[in-house]
Structure formats: C-alpha cells, structure tokens
Design a protein around this ligand. Structure first.
Ligand SMILES: Nc1ncnc2c1ncn2[C@@H]1O[C@H](COP(=O)(O)OP(=O)(O)OP(=O)(O)O)[C@@H](O)[C@H]1O
Length: 555
C-alpha cells in the first residue's frame, strides 16, 4: 500500500455532536473520533473513516436555513436541527462508498467547523486537490438509446446519473438517439469531439458497440489511417468511453466494472477512471466488417445468435431456448483456422490468475507490444511478417471462439475464457472439435463449475495476436454468395435444412457472432489491436484491495 502523503490540514471538527480529528493529505481525507478520556470509555472502539481524495465526488458549503433532508454518514437528519449552529460553518463532502458485489454509492458526511474562515479554508483546500486531478472529465457527450433493454434508458439517466454529474460539476451534451446507428454516424462525422473529455452511452452492448465503432472510425479518418486495411496500425482515441448499463445485455460493463449498476458506472466516470481495452478488427477480403471486444463465435455461438434473432419477441429467454435447440442439433462445420501465436508475452489461457484492476499482465504485455510496434514501424514491416510463424489447423469444429476478455456475465460468472485479459493485446482462440453430444455437454457445463473447460481432448486453446478462418465449402465467400443468389431454390433448400436438421442435411457453414451481431461473411481475418480504446472503468477490484483502501486506519 502507498505510504500516506504529507498532511495539508488537520483540525478538530464535529460530525453531528461528536468531535473528530479531521485531516487532509494529497491522497486521503481522514476523520477519526476523538477519545477525550479513555478512562471513562475504556471499551469504546476508536472510529476512523478514510476516503481517497481521488474518490471524493464534490465538496460544498452548507447553505443557510437549508431544511432539506440529507444523508450524513449513514443516518438521515435535518440540517436545521444542528443545535443552532450557523450553516456557513459546515461543509459536506460527497464521496464514493463501496457496497457489496462491486457496487459503488454516493455517501455524504457533513463537518461542522468552529468558525466560518476555517470552513472556507477546508472547502477551498479540498477543491484544490480535486482540481489537481486532471483525469476527471469536465465535458461529456452522452448518447441515450431510449429503446434499449426495458426502454428505461432515459429514465435511468435522468433519475440516477444526471444528478450525480451535476453534483460533481460535469457538464453534458445529451443526445437521445432517434434510430439505430444514430450515435455511430454522429460520432463518425458531425460530433465536435474537441469539446469533450469522453463519450458516454446509455444502453446495452449494442449501444456501446455503436459508440466504439464511431469513435475508432473517426479517430482513424482524422489521422489519415485507412481502417479498411487489415495491416494498418490503428490509432488510440484520446476520449474515454463510459457505459451506463440500460440494455438487456450489458456484458462489457460487467466485465470492466464488475456489476451492472448505473450509479456505480456514473461514479467511475466522475472519478475519471481509465481502463484500456483491446479491440479486434474483423476484415473480409481486405474490407472492414466490424470491431469486436468480447466474443467472436462461429458454430455453436453463431448458430445460437442466428436462431435467437428470429425469436426476439420472446425477450432474454430466447437465448436459453436457442441454446438448448442448437445443442440438440449438434452441427459441426469444416474449415481451416490459421493463427499467429502471441510470443514473448506473460500469461496463458490456463492460468489460475484472473484479469483484475491494475492487472500486471496487461501492463507488462501492453508495454511490450507497444515497444515492438515502434520497432516494426522503424523497420517498416508489419507485425504479421515479424511476429513469428503462422500455424494452421484443418478440422470439423462444433465451435470456434475468440474471447478477447473472459466474457464473464451474471449468467456465466467464469466466462468462456476465465483467464483472458482485457488489455494484453491478445485473444484466446478456443477450438472445439467434433465430439459426441455428451462430451460437448461436459465442456459446456464446465463453464459453470470449477473444472477446467479446456482440459478435454477435443478442446484446444491458444493465445493469439491474429487469426484467419476459411470455411471448407466456401473457398471464396463472394463466390458462394453469388451461387446462392443465382440459385434461389438452393438457398431456400439450405434454409429449410438449417431450420429442420431432422432431414439429415447439415448446413455447410455457420455464421460469426461478433459481440452479439451476425457478420455477413464467414471467411474472416481477425487482428488484435492492443489497448486501442479506453473506458471510464478500472477493471474488477479484488475485495482485499478496496478493504485496505477504505479503512487504512485498521492497518
Ligand atoms: N433510437 C433507436 N431506435 C432503434 N434502435 C436503436 C436506437 N438507438 C440505438 N438503437 C440500436 O438498438 C440496438 C440495441 O440497443 P442496446 O444494446 O442499447 O439494447 P439491448 O436491449 O441490450 O440490445 P439487444 O436487444 O441487442 O440485447 C443497438 O444495436 C442500437 O444500434
């Protein structure tokens, strides 16, 4: 733990009627109950609270005759009832309080000073410390999807998020989207990005994807980088993305914050957290298709998505139903996977350690890969040529999954690749070869148990920087599409076969599920761009980390 920095202020102040020694340093605000005479209270425990200065949301002088009810240190009370004290002598600090399961709340404590000048000194000193923190956003561009999830996006933003932004002095420009891809297109072309310190999306994973696509695309165009070229090194945007979860799937928020809670996300934005994240670019025949940050799945997960899209009217239950259906159909797909293994990095997909807040693996590999990239730039060679040997596997696959993060969510707490990292410049390529239904079920069930889902003869996993896939029956995707368009009957027949596997004719190809969207092509070239974007998040905190921080006096 960091050594406490030098004290800037130390005063005896009161919280309600109890005297506290209150101190401020550059890193901590601490208030410790004074024990005037331990002789009379030998068993009274010493009470000490500490808040990291970086987690103070705001400080304000109390207004006179304020009769509103406010929360103070866990209790409700009327400011008026403060024993006749002049309110100008009191100031309130709002700060982050950690609750169970990675949730954050905004707590408040009001300090009463013996004189007004001291009160003002405290307020200005705390404000100075907050202003010195340059990572906090001052101006945010906010996109709200009014139709995401249970259509509560606007309500959630207005009721839970906007008041916190106002409290913290964050100004916002809010756009309620009018149609799908409104946010993406606005970011690509019109948005005056120089005015903002970050972009916030209120919605689900689809809305996050829109904002990410818009921001990455705009950054490349503004810097004359061609996003259609799979070998181009993409540039990182200076703007961070904040996610206020208000969708039916909020996996990216869960993976980067540890919970799907709008207040927690808003507080991570206010304190100016920054979590880098890898992004995979997906190309087909040198044409850009999409970016992915979580799962690229062919076979089982592609089929589940395709089937569930036809059942949208069912709501979230459609995923379970389609999952069971696709498990029973048990289709496998022939094809060739080529991949470039990640070399020289630390970490493997079979590690017991998990990617957590301040992850050293991400820091180490991120540094290593950025140094390598610089070297290659000087040598004028792309990493595909210089980073080692391509390996090729031909086979019949039940599933091909590339997990760029663990893909943990409330339904699958371990995720598809539990040891995958958010920002280490790699993706975990999981190949599930043809096996019996029983064996496939064993593999699937291991995602929810303690057993290793990769410890099966028909499953292999590789940590890679780039991979390509070509389905066997599709030497050229464009040829196949032409065929299908021309021979309408065949297309209809193929569709019937997909929908009715009882006829015994298995489909020749599946679809790629790219972060919940179906790709239009099956032959793809995927490249990981190390730490291409940054989120207003800090990764999932280990409980021990924040226990130490909130109560340093206990140490
Ligand atoms: N105003 C709008 N009208 C219709 N669609 C929109 C609008 N704004 C955004 N969208 C689209 O709605 C889709 C789903 O949004 P979002 O991810 O916020 O909610 P969701 O309920 O989690 O989504 P899903 O139904 O995919 O689970 C996104 O792909 C986005 O492009």
């Amino acid at each position: 733990m960091e050594r406490p920095s030098r004290q800037l202020l130390l005063s005896e102040l009161r919280v309600r009627s109890t005297a506290y020694d209150v101190s401020l340093s550059r890193s901590l605000l601490t208030w410790k109950r004074r024990v005037s005479s331990p002789v009379y209270h030998p068993f009274r425990p010493s009470v000490c609270h500490s808040v990291s200065v970086s987690e103070i949301i705001s400080v304000r002088e109390e207004e006179e005759e304020n009769s509103s009810r406010r929360r103070d240190d866990g209790n409700w009370k009327k400011i008026k009832e403060r024993e006749g004290k002049d309110c100008r002598q009191a100031f309130t600090v709002s700060y982050v309080e950690r609750c169970r399961r990675h949730r954050w709340r905004c707590a408040e404590v009001t300090f009463i000073c013996p004189e007004e000048a001291l009160c003002q000194h405290w307020v200005s000193s705390i404000r100075e410390q907050l202003a010195a923190n340059t990572s906090r956003p001052k101006n945010l561009l906010v996109y709200i999807n009014p139709y995401g999830g249970k259509r509560q996006g606007k309500h959630i933003y207005e009721q839970k998020v906007a008041p916190l932004f106002a409290l913290a002095g964050v100004s916002t420009h809010v756009i309620v989207t009018g149609y799908a891809n409104h946010a993406r297109d606005h970011l690509k072309t019109e948005a005056e990005l120089k005015k903002f310190d970050g972009v916030v999306c209120v919605g689900g994973d689809g809305m996050f994807s829109e904002v990410m696509h818009g921001l990455i695309w705009r950054t490349q165009i503004d810097s004359s980088v061609d996003p259609n070229c799979p070998d181009e090194a993409l540039l990182q945007s200076s703007l961070r993305i904040g996610i206020i979860p208000a969708g039916s799937t909020d996996c990216i928020c869960f993976a980067t914050v540890g919970t799907n809670d709008p207040v927690t996300s808003a507080l991570h934005i206010i304190v100016g957290d920054s979590q880098p994240m890898d992004v995979c670019s997906v190309h087909h025949n040198n044409t850009f298709l999409r970016y992915s940050v979580s799962l690229l799945g062919y076979g089982f997960y592609g089929d589940v998505l395709t089937d569930s899209e036809r059942k949208r009217w069912m709501g979230p239950a459609r995923y379970d139903l389609s999952g069971v259906k696709m498990f029973l159909t048990h289709h496998y797909y022939e094809g060739t996977v080529s991949y470039l293994p990640a070399k020289g990095i630390v970490g493997t997909p079979r590690d017991a350690a998990r990617c957590r807040s301040g992850c050293l693996v991400c820091q180490h590999n991120g540094q290593l890969l950025s140094e390598k990239a610089e070297m290659y730039e000087m040598d004028d060679a792309s990493d595909s040529q210089s980073d080692g040997e391509w390996r090729t596997i031909r086979g019949k696959f039940l599933a091909i999954n590339a997990a760029s993060m663990s893909c943990a969510c409330p339904r699958s707490p371990k995720g598809l690749s539990p040891a995958a990292h958010l920002a280490d410049g790699t993706t975990d390529l999981i190949l599930v070869q043809k096996c019996s239904r029983f064996d496939f079920l064993r593999h699937l069930l291991r995602h929810t148990s303690k057993d290793d889902q990769f410890d099966l003869t028909f499953v292999e996993v590789h940590r890679v920087r780039r991979f390509r896939f070509t389905p066997r029956h599709c030497q050229s995707d464009s040829d196949l599409e032409l065929d299908l368009r021309e021979i309408g009957k065949r297309q209809i027949f193929s569709q019937i076969c997909r929908d009715h596997p009882a006829c015994g004719c298995a489909p020749a190809y599946s679809s790629w599920n790219c972060d919940g969207e179906i790709l239009t092509h099956t032959a793809i070239d995927v490249r990981v761009h190390c730490q291409l974007i940054k989120l207003f998040a800090r990764g999932i905190e280990e409980p021990t980390v924040f226990e130490d921080l909130t109560n340093p006096c206990a140490i």
